[in-house]
Design a protein around this ligand. Structure first.
Ligand code: SP5
Ligand code: ZN
Length: 367
């Protein structure tokens, strides 16, 4: 058969970025979020990871299984007591009978030891397990269940495996499909559907591998308050974020403002680009450009991208209106910096479009 006049349909080039994955990431099933006292469906569901994985593999990315890493780098990011808490609280909760009486199938805080509660007194370890549930968790949306620790720890392993691939120069860019996400988790605090800060662990991993100055660029729709807090006083890690304006009523509400510039040795190494609700490609990409300029000025030797795709127009969790082409363009802008890059998955909740958004961004990042 003569096929010479058939439409030439070129096979798209395979995405040359390894997808780093841990099957443990599926073990966390949030079941619910307690939103204003109402039990609502969880938004950070395991299907997110499944649809992203399928899309990135379909784009031709090679799959790399995450390898188990020790706690050395993780312990540089998080307080040991919070790590112990996250590892042990769910089994302890079951043992103490809370799943039967009052029938709490997840660990949910009811009391938070704020400065107002303590009134200047020392923070003691409470005897009651249900009081301990508010010690590290700062919201009612980030529940702990069976598999939460294994998933969060698997996400850290994925981030560190991506660091290994990049720092050994096997690839310039690697993508870690981390779930649960991490950028709202600080040294001894977790919330916002995040438990362990995968991006911060990746940054510490890159430093440990010999990169002198690391930039974290956060394009999730929300400000990464955890990452900012972890590096706020550090001069060797830059944090830059574009996000919906917390001052206009958006999570994380209390942080993420433009006047937060870092302190001490970190002065000038923090940059926030809050945007009005309804901002689309033009305004969002202008902010991404400013962040890229700041990273170049900072003289970073490696980059971590906190890759949340919840700024997309269809996403139910944010009012930003970024398109799939916008995400691709952001990837290209960051790729032009030419830095060894570890991208870690953060938010993104619209299951029908998640995969395409991640593929577009990662393909941009690969240049
Ligand atoms: C990683 C990430 O994107 N975390 C986002 C956390 C923001 N959550 C704020 C929740 C605000 C209310 N959403 C109502 C959902 C009810 N199920
Ligand atoms: Zn987000």
């Amino acid at each position: 058969m003569d096929t010479s006049d058939r439409d030439p349909t070129p096979t798209p080039a395979a995405l040359p970025v390894p997808l780093v994955w841990s099957a443990h990431c599926l073990l966390h099933q949030p079941l619910a979020e307690i939103w204003l006292g109402v039990r609502t469906d969880g938004t950070e569901v395991a299907a997110r990871a499944t649809v992203i994985k399928e899309a990135v593999l379909a784009a031709g990315a090679p799959l790399v299984e995450a390898t188990a890493h020790g706690d050395q780098t993780l312990s540089r990011v998080h307080d040991q007591a919070m790590l112990d808490y996250l590892r042990t609280i769910y089994p302890a909760w079951v043992d103490a009978g809370y799943t039967i009486d009052p029938g709490a199938d997840r660990v949910v805080p009811y009391l938070f030891p704020t400065q107002g509660l303590l009134g200047g007194m020392e923070l003691r370890e409470p005897a009651a397990l249900h009081a301990r549930a508010g010690r590290y968790c700062y919201d009612t949306m980030t529940l702990v269940g069976p598999g939460t620790w294994e998933a969060a720890r698997g996400a850290v392993d994925a981030a560190l495996t991506a660091v290994d691939l990049v720092s050994s120069r096997q690839t310039r860019v690697a993508y870690a499909l981390c779930r649960p996400p991490g950028h709202h988790a600080g040294r001894d605090a977790f919330g916002g559907s995040c438990y362990l800060n995968n991006a911060a662990v990746a940054a510490e991993g890159l430093l440990a591998a010999g990169h002198r100055r690391v930039a974290v660029v956060d394009i999730d729709a929300h400000h990464g308050n955890g990452t900012q807090s972890l590096f706020y006083d550090r001069g060797e890690v830059f944090y830059g974020s574009v996000h919906v304006d917390p001052g206009a009523g958006w999570f994380p509400h209390y942080v993420g403002f433009a006047d937060e510039l870092g302190v001490g040795a970190g002065t000038g190494a923090n940059r926030n680009e809050p945007l009005a609700a309804g901002t689309g490609d033009q305004g969002w990409l202008a902010a991404v450009d400013r962040l890229a300029g700041a990273v170049a000025h900072f003289d970073a030797t490696a980059m971590v991208v906190s890759l949340g795709v919840d700024a997309a127009a269809d996403d139910p969790e944010s009012p930003l209106l970024v398109s799939v082409d916008g995400y691709h363009e952001a990837g290209l802008v960051l790729s032009a910096l030419g830095l060894p890059t570890v991208a870690v998955q953060e938010g993104g909740y619209h299951l029908d479009t998640l995969g395409g958004l991640v593929v577009a961004t990662v393909s941009g990042l690969s240049g």
